[in-house]
Each structure stands twice: as C-alpha cells, then as structure tokens.
Design a protein around this ligand. Structure first.
Ligand SMILES: [Zn+2]
Length: 231
C-alpha cells in the first residue's frame, strides 16, 4: 500500500473521530437537568405555598367564627337567664350580641369565599403534580436514551482511536508528522486526485506531478501542499 493511501485511510479515521467527538459533545450537553422540569417544580412549589396560606387563612377564620359563637352563647345565657333586671344593661347586651352576630355572618361569608379559593388552589396543585409527573417521565426516558447514545459513541470512539493507533504505527513517523502538520495548517492533509485535479485546491496537476502520483511516490500538490492520493 502506498504511503498516500495509508495516510488517506488515517485521515478517514480522523474524520470519523472528529464526527463522533462532536456527536458525543452534543449528547453530553443534553444530559442533566431539564428546564421544563425545573420550571414545573418551581410552579408546584409556589402553588403549594399559596394553598398552604389559604388553608391557614381558612382555619384562622373558622377559629374566629367559633370563638364568636362561644361569646354570643355566653351573652345570650345572660340575656335569657333572667338575672338582668336593668333594662339599659339588657339593651347593651342585646346590642353587643347583635354586633357579634353581624360580624360572625361576615366572617362566615369570608370563610366560604376562602374555601372556594382553597378548592381551586388544590385542584391546580393536583394538575401541576400530574403535569410534572409526565414531564419527569419523559425526561427520564430521554436521559436514558441519551446515556445509551453517549455510551455507544464512546465505544465507537475508542474503536476508532485503536484503529488510528494501529494505522499510524504502520506508517513512517516522518510521514505521520507531515500529515499532522498539514492537517493543522489546512484542515485536511490528504487530497484525492480526480480528473487530473487536486480536490484540495481544484488546480490541475502538471504532467510530472500526475506521473509521480501514479507511480505511488509521495507527492505534495505544488499549489496547496496537500499530499496527493489517487484512488
Ligand atoms: Zn492542491
């Protein structure tokens, strides 16, 4: 096998390595926390907090209503117990009881309103929990798939790297160094010759260049310097 062909094969392996490395980088970049899941978790946390606050308000109101009920019962006990003879005192107690009943009615309305809000907030929390579950399931299966893809790419890469090592060990060190240098300078070190033209720079080869390439000797394009390879 000519050196040019050996180097061309090395180049093919290098192209494969670069492409697998890029794919791996892309896959690895998609591994990890999902923005959608994080957003849903944050929404759930704030909805749960809101629900807790509403429940707290509801309990406080219920407690206040109960407390007023006890106070009203005590006053009514006095009113109807027959122990108050003074009509002014009686009227005062009656007025106080009426005021408390009015207040209790208002608080009961407010409690109903809060209970309604609690119900809606609880429903919203349930919806978000279901949505989050779906997102987490999707995310988990995606992560699983991505991990498998990453493993596959790693094994492809290690296979290619072994192949590269084997190929380069079969080529003269000087040639490998020339290849590396050209690769660094031009991106691709080896250019195919097609229809008498260097595919690297698209300039036609001279007659003597063509002949050297055909004879299998290592030839660099006189225009771009790439190693010429005739397939
Ligand atoms: Zn060229």
């Amino acid at each position: 096998m000519s050196v040019a062909k050996q180097l061309y094969r090395l180049q093919e392996v290098d192209v494969g390595i670069e492409s697998a490395e890029q794919d791996l980088q892309q896959v690895t970049g998609r591994l990890g926390e999902s923005k959608g899941v994080v957003r849903a978790r944050n929404r759930l946390a704030s909805e749960q907090q809101c629900l807790e606050e509403l429940r707290h308000q509801q309990h406080a109101l219920e407690w206040e209503v109960d407390d007023l009920g006890t106070k009203i019962a005590k006053i009514e006990q006095k009113l109807y117990g027959g122990n108050i003879g003074n009509p002014k005192e009686l009227a005062n107690f009656q007025q106080e009881a009426e005021g408390m009943k009015l207040r209790r009615g208002q608080l009961e309305d407010k409690t109903l309103d809060i209970m309604d809000q609690v119900e809606r907030a609880a429903a919203s929390v349930d919806t978000t929990i279901s949505e989050l579950k779906i997102l987490e399931d999707e995310w988990q299966s995606e992560q699983k798939q991505l991990s498998a893809e990453a493993e596959q790419l790693k094994s492809t890469l290690s296979g290619l790297e072994q192949k590269r090592q084997r190929l380069s060990s079969e080529i003269d060190t000087e040639m490998v160094e020339l290849y590396q240098q050209l690769k660094k300078q031009k991106g691709t070190a080896v250019a195919k010759v097609e229809q008498g033209m260097c595919r690297g720079c698209r300039i036609s080869l001279s007659a003597s260049e063509s002949q050297r390439v055909r004879s299998g000797g290592l030839t660099q394009c006189s225009s771009c310097g790439r190693i010429l390879f005739l397939a």
